[in-house]
Write a protein that binds this ligand. Sequence first.
Ligand SMILES: [Zn+2]
Length: 154
Amino acid sequence: MNDSDWDTLPFGHFKPSESWGNTQLIDFHLIWLLDCTRDYLRTPFYIVSGTQGVHKSDLHSRGLAIDICLEAHNKSILDIFFKICRFPFSGIGLMPFALHPKCKRALGIHFDIKPMGNSPLGMMQRHWLWIPKRNTTGEDIALSMVNCRKHNII
Ligand SMILES: [Zn+2]
């Protein structure tokens, strides 16, 4: 993102002073998509990490991934996920046990635009749940009905 790119975002929900890490490294298309998604969901996105993110660290350090939190109190995480799926991110990770000081019940979401051109399956999107684990930071597990029930998402 160049300094002038911020003025060209379609809805202007974000500003460079948020917790993006190095804004110069972040791909314009990622924040453009995030701005559209934030507008469609009609709820604030709190930027948790960009290039400084440790989750999926390679994508973060290359400016291709952003982690946010939003308020999920009295909302269906599954419905939020379905709404997000309208937008062409290549990776979406749900972090249902995230904590954020502005959220009664935070939902953390990892968004990325990992290039998929070399994938034998073409433009397949990746979706997963990130679950914290004792003695490690956590692990990615399949976004499945069984796992959603196990972790009280549905
Ligand atoms: Zn992430």
